[in-house]
Design a binder for this molecule. Sequence first.
Ligand code: FES
Ligand code: FES
Length: 156
Amino acid sequence: MITLKLNGQDHQLDVTEDVPLLWAIRDVVGYTGTKFGCGMGLCGACTIHIDGAPARSCITPIGTVVGQNISTIDNLHNDRVGQLVQKAWLETAVAQCGYCQGGQIMSATALLKNNPKPTDEQIEEAMIGNICRCGTYNRIKTAIRQAASQLQEGQA
Ligand code: FES
Ligand code: FES
């Protein structure tokens, strides 16, 4: 048995240590907000936070994150910065098909929690690994700038 600290709760999971975290989150625990895209760490659809840092859950064996706090998009409404990012995403109407957007929002939230006032270059750098087949990149940047500016104004 492995204990997974996920979205503020301990989950006892009957899985082996090499099971990808994404599988454990989606298929064992049942949080389906985190998406499977490439399965190879190349697209960002599966982005979650490990102790606040963005990570690709498809290539993270569950045994490597025991004792660390894992957060997914399903729990982002409980996070102040996450709330602001999701609000900015809605107001900017970022999503098209939506498939990549959970991962995009998790990367954007990790960026703003670490750096509330990113430059355009820092936004590019933080988001470069999140692919969007619908090409919503410009709206993503607009939403991140909007969330950053609301963060500066203390809106949450
Ligand atoms: S599904 Fe994990 S990076 Fe693509
Ligand atoms: S909104 Fe369709 S892949 Fe990004």
